[in-house]
Design a protein around this ligand. Structure first.
Ligand SMILES: [Zn+2]
Length: 396
């Protein structure tokens, strides 16, 4: 756990408001340390490019596939990542965990905790996040490579990539597929150690602009068209059962995330999410058509919809090139872990890597409750992940 505990003590929170790459200078504090550690391990070409992406390569058996591993150095903006004080709870009793800063991690809120009884759990003091997302991923990769080299066992050639700014959606920017050089890869950026994720949402956002007709309310009868009311009608017509709070698993949704304006005119933004490509296209079409129909009822108003795609479901790529999934199956089996597959209800940097030429499913880290002060790491799951990554790099 030494590596993990060292990495989480380095503040690497990314900054959404910054236009720099990486967004926060302090992300280099961990990137530089990792570069030195990779060089010391013998990955002689370890190098941080001009965009703050750290690439390194390790040779392996001739004729074996080159396997890529990726994790991100930054932490999320929802909670502070400064002065993280990890607390180790040995032989955890399976009950609520009280943290010194006055909050608790309750089994009622996180039923999974009960499964960690007898395990060693790492939390913070309750004033910051832990940073297991994704420093557990980084530590798993670093430990696996170190052990592999020390054990002198035959292994695949390995490509390592550590990225900044994943939490603000800029992780896959500047991805150099050729430089990475992997035949396929894995992001180590999930939670559950028995899970592989090969499917994520197709994602788009829609900007809706509505111009109503403003008239003095005293003389408004039959004339005034309230832009807010038009948005309400449009929103209800999409269906309240198709919102994030009403959907799960493979169900897609429309998520109204922002509204700015007044009764005369307004701008609103929707997120559109759906795993199935055909349904996704139909949802975009449907929003445009519903807006059009509404505009026909109110011809004196103006309703415009502009849709932009954000990312795509990597399943398309994994279906065509299943090497990463097939290889993971063998590794899970060799590690004695029963592999589960779940769809991600969100995006993943691996989706972009996949569409740029490197199929990249996502694996777990053994850390849970990300992005908040109640985050924790299970030592058992974390060690299981190190073993799994070693299997990934050694099974032929
Ligand atoms: Zn992450």
């Amino acid at each position: 756990m030494d590596k993990f505990l060292r990495y989480v003590r380095i503040d690497t929170q990314s900054d959404e408001r910054s236009n720099l790459t990486p967004s926060a200078e302090k992300e280099y504090d961990l990137l530089n340390l990792l570069k030195e550690e990779l060089l010391a391990l013998g990955l002689e070409d370890a190098e941080i490019d001009q965009y703050g992406r750290l690439y390194a390569h390790l040779g392996g058996e001739e004729g074996w596939a080159r396997i890529g591993l990726n994790s991100h150095v930054d932490t999320a903006g929802e909670a502070s990542g400064k002065d993280v004080k990890p607390i180790i709870h040995e032989n955890y009793d399976g009950k609520d965990i009280e943290l010194p800063a006055g909050i608790s991690i309750q089994v009622a809120d996180f039923p999974r905790l009960a499964a960690h009884k007898g395990d060693t759990i790492v939390t913070t003091d309750g004033s910051t996040l832990l940073g297991g997302d994704d420093k557990a991923g980084i530590a798993i990769i670093m430990n696996a490579i170190e052990e592999l080299i020390a054990e002198k066992v035959p292994h695949h050639p390995v490509s390592v990539l550590f990225t900044p700014d994943e939490e603000i959606g800029r992780g896959p920017e500047h991805f150099d597929c050729k430089k990475f050089g992997a035949d396929f890869a894995y992001t180590i950026d999930g939670a559950d150690s028995d899970l592989i994720e090969c499917e994520n949402f197709n994602a788009a956002h829609a900007d809706v602009e509505i111009e109503g007709l403003a008239i003095h309310p005293g003389e408004a009868k039959g004339k005034l068209i309230n832009a807010i009311s038009l948005l309400e009608q449009l929103d209800l017509s999409l269906g309240i059962s198709r919102r994030p709070e009403a959907t799960e698993l493979y169900e897609g949704f429309y998520h109204l995330i922002a509204v700015e304006g007044d009764s005369a005119s307004l701008k609103a933004r929707y997120l559109i999410r759906e795993h199935d490509r055909a349904k996704f296209e139909a949802m975009k079409e449907e929003l445009i058509n519903k807006a059009k129909s509404l505009n026909e009822v109110y011809p004196k108003a103006k309703i415009d919809v502009h849709i932009k795609d954000d990312y795509r479901n990597m399943k398309e790529i994994i279906d065509k090139d299943p090497r990463a999934l097939e290889h993971a199956k063998k590794a899970f089996e060799a590690a004695g872990i029963k592999m589960r597959q779940d769809p991600i209800r969100g995006g993943t940097d691996g989706a972009t890597f996949s569409f740029l030429g490197c199929p990249t499913p996502n694996l777990g880290t053994g850390s849970y409750n990300h992005h908040g002060e109640r985050e924790y790491l299970s030592l058992r799951d974390y060690e299981e992940m190190i073993e799994l990554v070693k299997k990934i790099l050694t099974v032929d």
